[in-house]
Design a protein around this ligand. Structure first.
Ligand SMILES: [Zn+2]
Length: 188
């Protein structure tokens, strides 16, 4: 059997952190949790987790400081870090992209289960595929309109062409996927 993947969940809000912790445990992860940035730095070196979720507003250091500090330490600098916010600010998402965070998640946008799924994909445990959309063929135009996008179908943040993100859903069968619209650059 595969060894469980290790994650550090550093979220300031007790309720949100505990919810994430429970969901990740139910998905087979070994979870360490904290609300302190300093503790993330210690835990990262001790446990060498596969991935870290770091709140942008921890009770001492913020997620960005944690990210920058870990990047300077040889043995932990490769650990992917997902920046977590309760409510999204565009400037923070841009900063996360610039600092090469693995991902940026806003609590208001995704459920903890969706985040766990994303993490499994990031760790190579579940596969996903980005598929370009042929805007002029079949019902693409109807779909784009029904979803409330402009006909050019570009990312409102960076202007890239949006794509379909397909996630294998093996619980339903070999050829089933969960599909969402995503910007290939912002990963949102
Ligand atoms: Zn974008």
């Amino acid at each position: 059997m595969e060894t469980p993947k290790k994650i550090i969940i550093a979220i300031k809000d007790d309720f949100i952190r505990e919810t994430y912790s429970e969901v990740f445990k139910s998905q087979g992860f070994f979870v360490s949790e904290t609300k302190k940035g300093e503790e993330v730095l210690v835990l990262a070196e001790e446990e060498k987790p596969d991935i870290i979720i770091a709140d942008i507003h921890l009770s001492d250091l913020g997620g960005f400081e944690v990210l920058k500090t870990l990047r300077r330490k040889e043995i932990v600098k490769e650990i992917p870090i997902i920046i977590f916010v309760q409510i999204e600010k565009k400037s923070e998402r841009m900063e996360a992209i610039e600092l090469e965070a693995k991902d940026f998640i806003a609590a208001t946008d995704v459920t903890p289960l969706e985040v766990a799924r994303k993490v499994k994909i990031a760790l190579g445990e579940q596969k996903s595929y980005m598929i370009a959309i042929q805007k002029h063929l079949y019902n693409a135009k109807d779909l784009i309109t029904d979803l409330g996008y402009n006909y050019d179908f570009k990312c409102p943040i960076c202007g890239s062409d949006l794509v379909f993100n397909l996630i294998r859903d093996l619980s339903k069968g070999e050829k089933y996927f969960i599909v969402s619209v995503m910007c290939p650059k912002c990963k949102k």
